[in-house]
Design a protein around this ligand. Structure first.
Ligand SMILES: Cc1cc2nc3c(=O)[nH]c(=O)nc-3n(C[C@H](O)[C@H](O)[C@H](O)COP(=O)(O)OP(=O)(O)OC[C@H]3O[C@@H](n4cnc5c(N)ncnc54)[C@H](O)[C@@H]3O)c2cc1C
Length: 342
């Protein structure tokens, strides 16, 4: 017999989203095992549910009328290994960064560049989390997910997840159809691939006087960089990068570059150029701007913040204003990375 946390009164989600938006859930259920989750899915089979992980990639704009199902499955298990690699299956409710620390303690390599990303393992495949030259897809083996309506459990391979830049099948054709139960990663046991392609990492390592870095050193450098430039949600509400970096055609890029020769860019392919959304937002004059309690972070124009009592609607309106200004000024559409919950 298991005990589930079922709360039927209006339940504040303020502590469950890193933006610190104070909206209520009509029903809140925290599940810690697969049988619990299955019984919840059975109970609500004729209703839509809302799936919540660590709440670090969502903007809640109003009270949630659907049952909120908080995924709290835990456990880390080595499922296979050979001479050079280890396959680790991690349950969806495990905290991402705590898991990164576990891999470092065990000297398993591959996700050190993804240190200190908030949120849970189960949400990592949704947007193929990435930072400092590494994405989840680089170490991803597979994930198990349960179909919300049929309760069929399916294993998604790397190819089936269709990972892209902050994209996956779970944000496109399979959106809202599955709950991810666990993720299996393939990590190195030796000959770790040290990824310092991002200049900031090599600069930080130099500062630390480390010239032959281990995976643990990379993690320390990443943590130091992130702590110096990203606001800590415990101090100021935010969801990390609010927008994705737009990828434009060479024609559009050249048109904008004529006017802004100093614009930074990164060539994705012959005809696809990625432009830092933070640069566009800063150039449009939004960096550090505050509108009531909603604002654009002072050091990171890509990060929208809640100074205390902003509503989700106020942050959303600010995001809309930024998007429109960027479109009018540069002719470029910037999409949100954060999931807007209407
Ligand atoms: C300060 C800060 C820095 C950040 N830096 C980065 C970064 O460098 N790189 C990066 O990629 N992201 C970054 N993020 C975004 C965020 O940390 C990641 O997207 C993370 O994976 C979200 O995890 P979560 O558990 O909090 O997801 P939630 O916010 O709870 O959920 C996100 C989405 O996934 C769905 N979901 C949650 N759990 C499951 C599940 N088990 N099955 C199916 N769907 C589910 C939710 O319904 C929602 O649509 C940052 C966020 C913050 C606040």
């Amino acid at each position: 017999m298991f005990v589930m946390k079922f709360l039927n009164q209006m339940y504040s989600l303020k502590a469950y989203n890193t933006f610190g938006i104070d909206v209520n859930a009509k029903e809140f259920i925290s599940v810690s095992s697969l049988p619990e989750l299955q019984s919840v899915l059975e109970k609500y089979k004729h209703e839509d549910i809302f799936v919540l992980g660590g709440g670090s990639n969502m903007l809640l704009t109003q009270d949630i009328q659907k049952p909120v199902v908080h995924i709290n499955l835990t456990g880390i298990q080595i499922v296979k290994q050979d001479k050079s690699h280890v396959w680790v299956e991690v349950q969806a409710g495990e905290n991402w960064h705590q898991f990164v620390l576990w891999t470092l303690e065990n000297d398993f390599g591959g996700i050190e560049n993804l240190s200190l990303i908030p949120g849970n393992i189960g949400s990592a495949p949704i947007q193929n989390i990435g930072a400092y030259g590494v994405e989840l897809k680089d170490v991803f083996d597979s994930c198990k997910a349960i179909n919300i309506k049929t309760q069929e459990i399916k294993t998604f391979t790397l190819a089936e997840c269709k990972f892209g830049y902050r994209e996956s099948v779970f944000k496109s054709s399979e959106k809202d159809k599955y709950i991810i139960l666990s993720v299996t990663l393939k990590l190195t046991k030796k000959d770790h691939k040290i990824s310092t392609s991002y200049g900031v990492i090599s600069n930080e390592l130099q500062k630390m006087e480390i010239y032959n870095p281990t995976i643990q050193d990379i993690s320390k450098a990443v943590i130091a960089i992130r702590q110096s430039k990203l606001p800590d949600p415990k101090e100021i509400g935010n969801s990390g990068s609010f927008f994705k970096n737009p990828v434009v055609t060479r024609k559009t890029f050249e048109k904008v570059q004529e006017q802004y020769p100093e614009m930074p860019f990164y060539e994705v392919s012959e005809n696809e150029i990625k432009i830092p959304a933070g640069w566009l937002i800063e150039t449009a004059g939004f960096k550090g701007k505050r509108f009531g309690d909603a604002g654009v972070h002072q050091k990171q124009a890509l990060v929208l913040v809640n100074y205390g009592n902003a509503t989700g609607k106020e942050i959303y309106d600010l995001a809309k204003t930024i998007q429109k200004t960027i479109l009018d000024k540069f002719g470029i559409v910037i999409e949100t990375e954060v999931n807007i919950v209407p």
